[in-house]
Design a protein around this ligand. Sequence first.
Ligand code: PXG
Length: 439
Amino acid sequence: MSQSSDPKLDAYWMPFTANRQFKKSPRLLTRADGMYFTDDKGRQVLDGIAGLWCVNAGHNRPRIVEAIQKQAAELDFAPPFQMAHPKAFELAERLVELTPAGLSKAFFTNSGSEAVETALKMALAYHRVRGEGSRTRLIGRERGYHGVNFGGISVGGMVANRKMFGTLLSGVDHLRHTHDPARNAYSMGQPLHGAELADDLERMVALHDASTIAAVIVEPIAGSTGVLIPPQGYLKRLREICDKHGILLIFDEVITGFGRTGQPFGAQTFGVTPDLMTVAKGLTNGAVPMGAVFAKQSIYDTFMQGPEHLIEFFHGYTYSAHPLACAAALGTLDTYAEEGLLTRAGEMQTYFAEALHSLTGAAHVIDIRNMGLVGGVELAPLPGEPAKRAFSVFLDCWEQGVLIRTTGDTIAFSPPLIIEKQHIDRLIDTVRTALHRAA
Ligand code: PXG
């Protein structure tokens, strides 16, 4: 039975969307430029979330547009298995110049979810190739988001994304999340308390034995769950415990990558280098789907043994290093470099933090969290109706011409890195108005 007022909206089953609500009152975007979308009614909508944490250089950037157009006419596709095209190598080289020292190999995927699956498989296979095939356990974290595929939801910790889908991967355990409003509410930047939560990993080693654990995966900043900034010292401690026990550390930088925190990658902002690092989103400025995994040289080298005519890692996608994606990524890296965007969040973060924290005391607000150009404003839920209040704020902002994102009862901000002060003011004022009107 048709649910929508417009029958043209019926066939599309929308992802992560309240389909019936949407189809009754659609929000359609038809163009975008710089900091703004245009909707189907011709309204300008300020983009407070870089599309979906991905359009870091803003929309419709000429170098990216030209690169894609040119590539489509030059080489539409090249098989990625036993074959390649030059831009795949050029892109990998350019990327590993930006990654933390040591992460010198790039493997391409088509999304963050695929990058996560790839990293988990690399970790398992790495230990096996080294003769430690007993290391099969994967450790994630409560409230973690690592995409929607089975590996990712198994190590992930967002209940709604897991509970419908059976038993998931076996042999997975979870660290506790780091959200501790009793001690850390309204922290500016990294919270003071909670480094000791990393010691959960020691407890898991005590329980399962290190010889059974392959890897730990965490987001440096947990984004999707509502912006949880790592407590001071937490990531460093996790690194130390991993090193002590021969466990690989994977950072999922799908959101924190490409300038979001003030450095090219969260690993650099937080001063902790993982063994494997996943990215997507800002890699192509959202213009063409693409993800990647960066691996330490030693991990790559471990695979490079046995007869040279044999495939070393049985994994890859038809569209790994797709020519259009590589072209878009190269255009994106040019744009980031020309405009200094990978460090711009550091320049804007004080203004952004102060604007965000000016919502302290606004209606319903119970916590505010921030780092670089990421912000989270948590609301008290409507009694018995979780997520409803935040969703009403989202709809009100949309009516006012501002796009934000909500997850549960947290409002998330992740604007394009080209944002100016007046955009920040408008973003925050719009949310303030919506909060005061919200039930
Ligand atoms: N890892 C992390 C840390 C992510 O944030 C993924 C993996 C998966 O990427 P793909 O490209 O497969 O979607 C993500 C994606 C939100 C939201 O509301 C965030 C994401 C996706 C959808 C919604 O914050 N991040």
